[in-house]
Design a protein around this ligand. Structure first.
Ligand code: UD1
Length: 424
């Protein structure tokens, strides 16, 4: 018998009120890894209280680095590493652990990082990270499930990625800041989390040009120094709450949010019948009471984010009419389809294209979380599915949404967490 948390949701009123958006998970994780690049004390604020942040702290601890977390502030005291190994046990629970590869290699000339393997929804390769490190002069062997990387010293290089990758851009950037000479990354990721990492590295003394463009130039420096950071708002959490407001026919105002990071989603929400207003750090959504079917195709930033695809699907189930969702980033990221069907959704799937025949209705049922964003989609569906929806294995959601049930309850949702005993 194993015990796990589940959410119990009863559909109910339109959501109404204000919600404060937390710091971005995907921005804080590479910043934490970057603290390996220079000894000293770092103060990072607006750090979300998430399982992935704890996992990255454990990863740093396993390398000999201490951190303290209290009230959304993280203090990391970085010293000489006592290990250069990112163990499978940690990497398998959080792929972003692979971010330690670049800093360890740059600073210590060695790293041994477990290959992350697949994800619930398909393969997630790290070949671009590895190719990037090789171009910088590292010798890399893959043995017994680990990436063994060595380099006497890294040398700047021209690196043109075939595919735009957030992780590979961040990892190579963290390696190149201490390399000899200039590195140019072509087809670099432009996501706000990469921009935030680049700004943090610059604060540490790195020389980086082209931040926020797809051509990043890095001039290596001999050493870096500690810096403080304030984590940018989580655009995916913000997007999820905008959809929550619209799907329930409500009116919700987000605070500490950055509308500039959400232009594609905001446009699609408007097309689907929501009124959106943006202010200084605020975004308000007011539903028209109807959801219109709107097609989306995910793409790299500033396109529609793959991390909002599952939530958009829940919304489209409540539209009257057909819509098409195409995921061009992760072709297999559709684990939520089978669970949404359990709530009465009519969805057909052909490779990476889903067609949703929205009827404007869902009905409650027990469903299972399969991954982080799929869980968010099920919660959104549960808010409007007639009756009761039980969502098991919510540990997935605790990886990336800070106090989601508390925030939803404050907006009037009927949601609570229960302990569930699962027979094994
Ligand atoms: C990051 C985000 C994740 C988001 C994704 C895409 C973090 C911690 N995670 O993941 O939430 O869904 O960006 O916006 O920031 N690829 C390769 N080889 C590689 C690396 C990636 O082929 O070595 C491919 C992937 O299969 C995918 C595409 O590149 O098709 C983009 O992936 P990438 O941007 O690397 O995603 P992550 O950094 O893993």
């Amino acid at each position: 018998m194993i015990r796990m948390d589940k959410f119990v949701i009863h559909s109910g009123r339109p959501l109404k009120g204000h919600v404060v958006i937390s710091g971005s998970k995907n921005a804080v994780l590479p910043i934490m890894a970057a603290t390996l690049l220079a000894d000293g004390a770092y103060e990072i604020d607006n750090v979300p209280d998430l399982r992935d942040v704890k996992t990255m702290s454990k990863m740093l601890l396993s390398l000999g680095q201490h951190s303290e977390y209290s009230q959304n502030r993280l203090r990391i005291v970085s010293g000489k590493c006592t290990s250069f190994q990112a163990p499978y046990d940690l990497v398998k629970t959080m792929r972003a652990s692979v971010y330690v590869l670049g800093p360890l290699l740059a600073r210590y000339g060695q790293a041994c990082v477990s290959l992350p393997g697949g994800c619930a929804w398909g393969p997630r390769p790290v070949d671009l990270h590895i190719d990037g490190m090789r171009k910088l002069g590292a010798k890399i062997d893959i043995k017994e499930g680990y990436i063994h990387a060595h380099a006497k010293s890294l040398k700047g290089a021209q690196i043109a990625f075939d595919v735009s990758s957030v992780g590979a851009t961040g990892n190579v950037m963290m390696a190149a800041v201490l390399a000899d000479g200039q590195t140019v990354i072509e087809n670099a990721a432009r996501e706000p989390e990469i921009v935030a990492l680049a700004h943090f590295l610059v604060k540490m003394g790195a020389r980086i040009e082209g931040i926020g463009t797809d051509r990043i130039e890095i001039d290596g420096v001999d050493s870096l120094h500690p810096a403080d950071a304030s984590v940018i708002p989580d655009r995916i959490e913000a997007g999820t709450f905008l959809v929550a407001g619209h799907i329930t026919g409500g009116t919700v105002t987000l605070h500490h949010a950055d509308a500039g990071h959400l232009t594609a989603l905001i446009q699609k929400l408007r097309d689907s019948g929501a009124k959106i207003e943006t202010g200084n750090g605020t975004i308000s959504v007011q539903s028209s009471g109807r959801v219109f079917p709107v097609d989306i195709t995910t793409s790299v930033y500033p396109g529609f984010p793959t991390d909002m695809q599952a939530q958009w699907m829940a919304l489209m189930c409540m539209a009257r009419g057909s819509s098409v969702i195409t995921d061009e980033i992760y072709l297999d990221r559709f684990m939520h389809v089978a669970e949404l069907r359990r709530l009465g959704a009519h969805i057909s799937l052909d490779h990476n294209v889903a067609v949703i025949k929205g009827s404007g209705q869902l009905s409650g049922a027990p469903v299972m979380s399969t991954d982080l964003r799929a869980s968010a989609s099920l919660i959104l569906a549960g808010l409007v599915a007639k009756g009761r929806t039980d969502i098991s294995r919510v540990y997935h959601i605790d990886r990336g949404y800070e106090g989601i049930e508390r925030k939803l309850e404050a907006l009037g949702a009927n949601i609570h967490r229960e302990l569930e005993e699962l027979v094994t």
